[in-house]
Design a protein around this ligand. Structure first.
Ligand SMILES: Nc1ncnc2c1ncn2[C@@H]1O[C@H](COP(=O)(O)OP(=O)(O)OP(=O)(O)O)[C@@H](O)[C@H]1O
Length: 555
């Protein structure tokens, strides 16, 4: 079998060097938690002089004292954060940032939250504002909850996770909380009863969208579009009743994509699009080389997966540089089977003290097969293992006692285990009764595990796939694939839902709703692609006409 056509991308950023942090400039707010500005205003009068530590990098000391400890582990804000700082922290305008994985986008959300907190007048925060953080999967919400509950509780800000597993069935449960971490599907189901909770809905001030590129996904994208449109429509209606209501600010981040300006238009206001930043690969703190390897095979699914197990040793030898390697496998069985194949092909050498430490850890592993593999330096990690075994294997991997860790893709989402080399062994996983392709966002999450900022200046991610799919993944990893809308395939279903909910009450309302969707932005740009070849770009009149001809049963 012929295999292995390689396409590599690398970037050229170097590590950021920091010289003598300037602590002498007084903190702009003298430690005050809240400014005297009004909610949601631009408050230029509280904007301090930018505090730089080195060639454009902003100092943590620039923040009011109360917030600095949130960033105590960082020497300063990194390049992405420093470039966006003025727009995220000293402005209440909507914002879209696309930047490589691992470039520190979470901090942008944190700065946006701080912007909102600073904009409150009183030092005692009551329950009159809500922040929604939306991520595609529960694991990301749980990870952020863990982090933010710790960081924000010191400021008396309460966080709550509302995902598929949580028993929150009603918006009333959110009353005591300020930050709600949720998925598009859960927020969709909760806000379908917004009419019973319109007072609470009015308090949503900030809407943070993580991994906004899931718009591209046929199954998830339309739900994200629908919930954002619902929030925009509700806000529009509420503001027409009460003009003094502050605007809802959207902040969206994603991996690098070419059409960020479309996202900015979608999340902007009636008056103007959101400000946007497109950060190139060179902004990544750890250089990442991405390799897509295509393999010829007549087999699919399980057999292709087995075939790749025998190619893995060569990939690890070529790209790991003897450093920690994380291999994502398509199923729990594949985790074990791949580890067993590799254990027969590869040998790791350990120092005496490493051998001792590894033996100590292995003696505590309950699962016999997993223990035997761990003894030779190959870890297995999946949800079928006991929590104790998983924790032991994570520790051994972090301490470099286990050079190679096999895992299912769920690990990419839930556990922060960075590696020098990440291998995605097959671009398909087993789910819903068959093999299916990983979504773009799952792949990007896995790739994002490559590069350990504390230890590495460079990292490698290798995608092993069929030769026929190679170019698709080359485009994905290069960030040259524009984000599309899939809402047109489910338009009647989603519009009907809004009619039933009362968000859309008449044909002008339906047109407004259409105009608030990402589909509208994309269809304006490429009408033909969305089956609207008779529609002139940007013509609300023609969209109106299109909606008018929908049958009453449809609207
Ligand atoms: N200013 C900073 N200095 C040092 N490390 C930082 C800084 N900001 C973030 N980090 C660290 O960088 C790592 C990546 O951050 P983060 O998860 O926010 O990146 P991301 O862009 O959201 O990545 P992804 O797209 O994979 O979710 C984290 O370990 C975080 O603690």
């Amino acid at each position: 079998m012929a295999d292995s056509q390689e396409t590599a991308f690398s970037d050229h950023s170097g590590p950021i060097s920091l010289d003598g942090e300037d602590d002498t400039t007084p903190a702009p707010e003298n430690g005050r938690l809240f400014s005297s500005a009004t909610v949601g205003s631009d408050f230029p009068h509280v904007r301090p002089r930018p505090l730089y530590v080195d060639s454009g990098l902003r100092s943590i000391q620039e923040l009011p004292e109360a917030y600095r400890s949130m960033f105590k582990d960082y020497p300063c804000f990194n390049r992405v954060q420093s470039m966006v700082m003025d727009d995220v922290l000293y402005s209440a305008e909507p914002l879209v940032v696309t930047a490589p994985t691992g470039s520190g986008k979470t901090v942008l959300f944190e700065l946006a939250i701080i912007q909102l907190l600073m904009s409150y007048e009183k030092a005692s925060i009551n329950n009159d504002f809500k922040i929604v953080y939306m991520a595609p999967v529960k694991a990301l919400c749980s990870e952020k909850l863990h982090d933010w509950a710790r960081k924000f509780s010191r400021l008396n800000i309460n966080c709550i996770e509302v995902t598929g597993d949580s028993d929150v069935a009603d918006l009333n449960h959110l009353n005591r909380h300020h930050i709600v971490l949720t998925t598009p599907e859960k927020w969709d189901s909760l806000t379908r009863r917004w009419r019973d909770h319109s007072a609470l809905m009015k308090t949503v001030r900030l809407f943070l969208i993580d991994e906004v590129h899931i718009l591209n996904e046929e199954s998830r994208g339309p739900t994200l579009e629908a919930v954002v449109s619902r929030m925009k429509m509700l806000q529009q209606q509420q503001r027409s009743d009460n003009h003094s209501l502050p605007t809802l600010r959207f902040i969206a981040v994603s991996a690098t994509i070419p059409n960020v300006e479309d996202l900015a238009q979608w999340l902007g206001t009636h008056e103007k699009p959101a400000k946007y930043f497109r950060m190139e690969e060179s902004m990544r703190p750890v250089q990442l080389k991405k390799v897509v390897k295509g393999y010829d095979s007549n087999f699919g699914g399980f057999m292709f997966d087995v075939h790749l197990s025998y190619k893995l040793k060569q990939v690890i030898s070529q790209y790991s540089d003897g450093k920690p390697t994380l291999v994502f496998c398509s199923t729990r069985k594949s985790v074990l089977a791949t580890a067993q194949v590799l254990s027969k092909m590869i040998t790791f050498s350990f120092t005496d003290s490493q051998k001792e430490a590894l033996a100590r850890i292995c003696s505590q592993i309950v699962d016999n097969k997993i223990r035997e593999l761990a003894k030779v330096g190959i870890g297995c990690h999946h949800a079928g293992l006991t929590m104790t075994d998983r924790n032991l294997l994570e520790t051994a991997f972090r301490d470099s006692l286990i050079p190679v860790l096999m895992a299912t893709s769920t690990l990419a989402m839930g556990v922060n285990l960075p590696a020098h080399l990440v291998v995605i062994k097959s671009t398909q996983y087993y789910g819903n009764g068959g093999y299916q392709d990983y979504s773009d966002s799952q792949l990007l999450q896995m790739i994002g595990r490559a590069g350990r900022p504390q230890f590495d200046t460079s990292a490698v991610a290798v995608i092993m796939t069929k030769s026929s799919c190679e170019q698709k993944y080359v485009r994905l990893t290069a960030g040259t694939e524009p984000i599309q809308s899939s809402l047109h395939r489910h338009l009647v279903e989603y519009l009907n839902a809004e009619v039933v909910l009362g968000t859309v009450r008449d044909i002008p309302g339906a047109v407004d709703w259409m105009r608030s969707t990402f589909l509208f932005v994309r269809a304006n740009r490429h009408p033909k692609q969305y089956g609207l070849s008779d529609l002139c770009a940007g013509s609300a009149v023609k969209i109106n006409a299109k909606l008018q001809v929908l049958r009453p049963g449809q609207v």
